[in-house]
Ligand binder design. Structure first.
Ligand SMILES: [Zn+2]
Length: 411
């Protein structure tokens, strides 16, 4: 078994599920259990400049530059230690299916939990390879412990192979990515890399340098309740006005009908009565000007309803959440080019897709650390049907080593 897989199987059984409702950092104390193990392993392998932020649960370390490579840019690799709150991460029992036969996989005979190729046809592409699965009662946590395992294996390999020349590498392991707080306490200055990659994507070949531009938008409708028997010309039903607002938005700019680069308005929740109704939306678009248009339309629809029902009936509050990292990454085209070239050298086809969401890398890019996203070799994230491909994960470790070497010579 290679170090990558050995690492992963150790990390997978440690419960590091984050919790969006705890309001503290790290959101769950148990994430420290993995952080502590990583610190110990980094010490054992002889990594340099190990920093364990015991308060917020971040781990940073360095692989020093090879002799003669001290002047090249510092390259970083980042992965998150937590797993999604969507599915339990307690009692994960990873199991390896050797030479997968391309058929349905019975994850749990007793509970009749089956990973069906009809539901997940892409798994058939991995026929003949080895897969890591669960017993169907938990997620696997390849998101993102596969990334953690690959970075750790890469670091150990380079530390034990001094003949391979590379510049200084920085490693970062973060908590709470799954609840959108992974970068809240990330110390970009201490990390000190010129640029980095998050290793937090899916199947081998995936490369990502685009996220949505994102905003949260809130609609508050102030109605006027009057006895229904004498309401003519007097009542304003806030529920119906909110419904009318939704009907003014473009019908097909909705998550149910969009993919790829298509943006949307998503009505996430609505609650209220005749007197007052509140609706929470999110607005998303990869394109900056279409994003601005969507936000402006949201406000205009509210203005129209105020014209109709009276000033102050409708309030629209729009606040930006994060931006497409592509703009920040534009001057760093070499990151995607080198990653694509390294993938091809490994016999994998680079697949560049826009992320229909945000990543820690997007936030880090705007915090001054340009940071596209690399694949990990896992799939079906946040699910009991999550799995990872052994051979893909091993290739990702090789990919990281290749990138370290590519950045070992002056740009
Ligand atoms: Zn992730």
């Amino acid at each position: 078994m290679t170090k990558t897989i050995w690492n992963f199987l150790q990390y997978a059984v440690i419960d590091t599920q984050s919790d969006e409702n705890s309001g503290v950092t790290p959101s769950t104390d148990k994430q420290h259990n993995l952080a502590k193990l990583l610190v110990r392993q980094l010490e054992e392998m002889g990594a340099d400049e190990i920093t364990y932020d015991k308060e917020c649960c971040y781990v940073y370390a360095s692989v020093p530059a090879s002799a003669g490579c001290e002047g090249v840019p510092v390259l970083g690799f980042i992965a998150h230690m937590d797993t999604s709150p969507a599915v339990t991460g307690a009692g994960v029992k990873p199991r390896i299916v050797e030479q997968y036969d391309g058929q349905d996989i019975v994850l749990n005979e007793e509970k009749n939990i089956v990973l069906r190729t009809a539901d997940f046809p892409e798994i058939k592409k991995l026929k003949g390879q080895d897969l890591i699965i669960t017993d169907g009662t938990t997620l696997l946590g390849a998101d993102d412990k596969a990334g953690v395992a690959e970075i750790m294996a890469m670091a150990e390999y380079l530390l034990t192979h001094p003949e391979i020349k590379h510049g200084k590498l920085r490693l970062g392991f973060t908590p709470d990515e799954e609840i959108g707080e992974g970068t809240d306490h990330f110390n970009v200055e201490l990390f000190g890399a010129d640029f980095a990659f998050t290793v937090d994507g899916g199947e081998l070949g995936e490369l990502e340098n685009e996220t949505f531009n994102a905003a949260g938008a809130k609609l508050i409708v102030h109605g006027r309740s009057v006895h229904p028997g004498s309401a003519k010309g007097k009542m304003i039903n806030a529920v119906l006005v909110a419904q009318e607002f939704q009907s003014l938005l473009p019908v097909f700019q909705n998550p149910m009908y969009t993919e790829g680069y298509e943006g949307f308005f998503h009505l996430d929740s609505i609650s209220g009565n005749v007197e007052k109704t509140t609706a929470e939306y999110i607005i998303r678009d990869h394109d900056k000007s279409l994003f601005e248009e969507k936000k402006a339309l949201f406000v205009k629809c509210a203005q129209f309803l105020n014209l109709k029902y009276g000033e102050g009936t409708v309030e629209a509050i729009v606040a930006d959440s994060y931006y497409n990292m592509k703009e920040v990454l534009a001057p760093y085209g070499h990151l995607m080019e080198n990653a694509a070239a390294a993938l091809k050298e490994l016999g994998a086809e680079p697949k560049v897709n826009p992320i229909r969401g945000g990543t820690d890398g997007a936030r880090l890019s705007y915090m001054g650390l340009p940071c596209p996203n690399l694949c990990t070799g896992g799939a079906n994230y946040h699910s009991r049907f999550e799995y990872a491909c052994v051979q893909s994960m091993e290739k990702v470790t090789e990919l990281l080593i290749k990138l370290a070497v590519k950045y070992g010579s002056p740009l």
